[in-house]
Design a protein around this ligand. Sequence first.
Ligand code: NIG
Ligand code: FE
Length: 419
Amino acid sequence: MLITGASQVLTLRGRGARRGKALSNLGIIKDGALLVRDGLIAAVGPRAKIEALPQAKSAEKVDLGGRVVLPGFVDSHTHLIHAASRAEEYELKIAGASYEEIARKGGGILNSVNKLRAATSEELEERALAALEQFAAYGTTTIEAKSGYGLNVESELKILFLHSKLQAKQPIEIISTFLGAHVVPEEFRARGAERYIAVVIEPLLREVGKSKLAEFCDVFCDRGAFTLEQTRQILEEGKRQGLTPRVHAEQLTRTGAAQLAVRLSAASCDHLEQINSSDLAALAKSDTAATLLPGCDFHLGLKQYAPARKLIEAGAIVVLATDYNPGTSPTVSMPMILSLACTQLRMTPAEAITAATINAAYSLGREKQLGSLEVDKLADLAVFEVADYREIPYYFGINTCWMTMKRGVVVHAANKTTA
Ligand code: NIG
Ligand code: FE
């Protein structure tokens, strides 16, 4: 397939994760083209050069009509499988209740746990399939998906099994994370967290490790969830089972989880609204990604966003993700996250795009296959109905994604034929 007529091809070419000024370099080719073969990128460059290649002659032609093409977004933090929205809590929050107050009264994550346990696999699958279609419609071609609304052996394994079932049923790539330590479930509250942690460690992590139903192990380390010491214990056991750590860190309170993540060589620590200067320095020196989730602060109406500029200037590997979940960030839209990154985190459009593609791929250990448009990488592309990439975050609340391709197959096409 010959894809031509792009006003800008954002190649994101280069090696590995981007830090500091390198986040600004999108490797743009004006009036560019791509050649795709067997789901991979066979060539990328200026239109005249690519069209002159011998293989281009017989290729099926796709004309992008002056639009912008970039690597499909990699959404490295989602809670894909859940049973229902929590719109009732949204209304309580608007009236003044805090996220933590709602959680203490049995709402929050426990609300979603009750709903998930009551749902059938078929219901969960149907909701997830609808969401996956929407991810594709906003230009996302790969997602990470966490368990964590089951919180018992049966329901956690049901979620992880659904991840693999959904992978077989639809084209968006799903990278699975075990988040058995999201919060302590209701039935263990009287008995104490330690008793539940024993369940996470013994039957659960053992089984997840053996079955290979997840690649990563995550813990929500915060007031009202798990302590730093409990987090360390669970992530270390996860490592013994072959699962790479990721952490929900420093979201509502500062716990020290970001520096724990660095010490454990975690793939990523996520949220980071409450980090201090020593956390910043530790992240900057490390290979652990700093994943920012501005959708949470926006949805919860919080004023304190993560210090993205300081992280970038210090040299941390900054990543952006949706945190798609029913409690704090009910969105699948990476373009909306880019808009928030620009206006609230003061990231430039170029930095935000890098954070949502190649750096996100790095945080999932996929930087060699995904996240940039380079020869031999997957032909995962998002095409936007714009002539300049800065218009991707500039427009908000409307979807300008015109076409999405996963492994060279069209998985979303907007309902229009001309520019
Ligand atoms: O990433 N912080 C913990 N987990 C989710 C929220 C989950 C929920 O409220 O259902 C998050 O924000
Ligand atoms: Fe999360």
